[in-house]
Design a protein around this ligand. Sequence first.
Ligand code: IMP
Length: 429
Amino acid sequence: MAGKRNDNVAVIGAQWGDEGKGKIVDLLCDRFDVVARYQGGHNAGHTVRFWEKHYSLKLIPSGILHADKLCLLGNGMVIDPEALLEEIESLRSLGVKIDTNLKVSDSAHCILPYHKALDLAREEAAGAAKIGPTRRGIGPAYETKVSRYGIRIADLLDPDVLREKIEFACAEKNPVLQTVYGKTPFDARKLYDDYTRYGEVLAKRIINGPVLINGLIREGKRVMFEGAQGTLLDVDHGTYPFVTSSNTVVGGICTGLGVAPKHIDQVVGVAKAYTTRVGGGAFPTELHDATGDHLRKRGNEYGTVTGRPRRTGWLDLAVLRTAVMLNGIDAIALTKLDVLDDCEEIPVCTSYNVHGERWTTFPAFAVAHHDYKPEYKTRKGWKQPTVGITEFAKLPQTAKDYIRYIEDEIGCTITIISTGPRREETIQR
Ligand code: IMP
């Protein structure tokens, strides 16, 4: 499905994140030489399981589980060096090899403790307007980047620049933390010492990301671009303001890695067979009943990063059409089909009624007004276990019909179907 040799493929979440991208990246990995992330930070949470092993990844691409792949953290990311070092250690303790196979772009931005403190303080103060972030400092770090006072990974290697930037940041952030939010200020000297140390440990991994990746592409190496979060969490195209602070859509690859659009040969969208989201914001097909609880329990819908229970609901074709449109998705990987095994009936949202008008894509303005009604078509459930099925032909007829119905409605083929959390519990068509 990744097409001819030399294709570079993007794997992008087609909903609100947590679609199971980690498993799909891991599954497709063999066909690639490089796995690169282009946005976000340790707000992402990927779980990859095979046989008895269970890996939890936040910052590092899932490609790291394959010893011969080069993994790159792109310039579009915001990186908490402490979290990165912890993740490296924790993966190593599970036997994962991490040496020259992990590189960090020198122009990625750093998350500092004051970003995290601001994320938390704002969330506490926001009351009903809470966005529900992962509390990792992602939003404040991107704000600092855009304000042009951010600390980049390269700055960790330049003591004078680092000291000056940290002192400047503390002079501004400390009064805000203290006076506006009543929080403890940060000691610039301690931050400087900590971040200098992180720089020393990370130094051998720090490279010019765009030069590295474009050189590899020129050599004919194949790259997988690993998206984090999902299309509807994109800062421009998602359910603003209930979004993350980066461009999760395919365009983010060009800016977040310095790769030209012509090098993105194929886009795989990852979608769950139903829908979930964490944090606040619009969710038209959300279930607030026992069926929603059932999907949560059966699908183990609890955040990898924060452990928060995820909101659950039926599949929303308007969301998927929007994702296909924004990302130019060529093929869909449909995950967690087996979670629907017990459902007698499966309603699917086909469109919204917005003031009497039919919308087949996600209406951005409606996010604020909640003035739209999802319109459903109910499909028959299959009421048989699909767990672990590896051939399309072996699926119950109604499950095949469900898949073909989605394909027809969104105009995109489903080439991978996941029937369980493990690598081997997958159908490839
Ligand atoms: P932030 O990215 O921590 O600022 O959080 C902003 C919004 O994006 C919140 O609703 C989070 O729950 C959501 N979010 C961030 N990362 C993920 C993810 O990896 N999966 C699902 N939702 C996420």
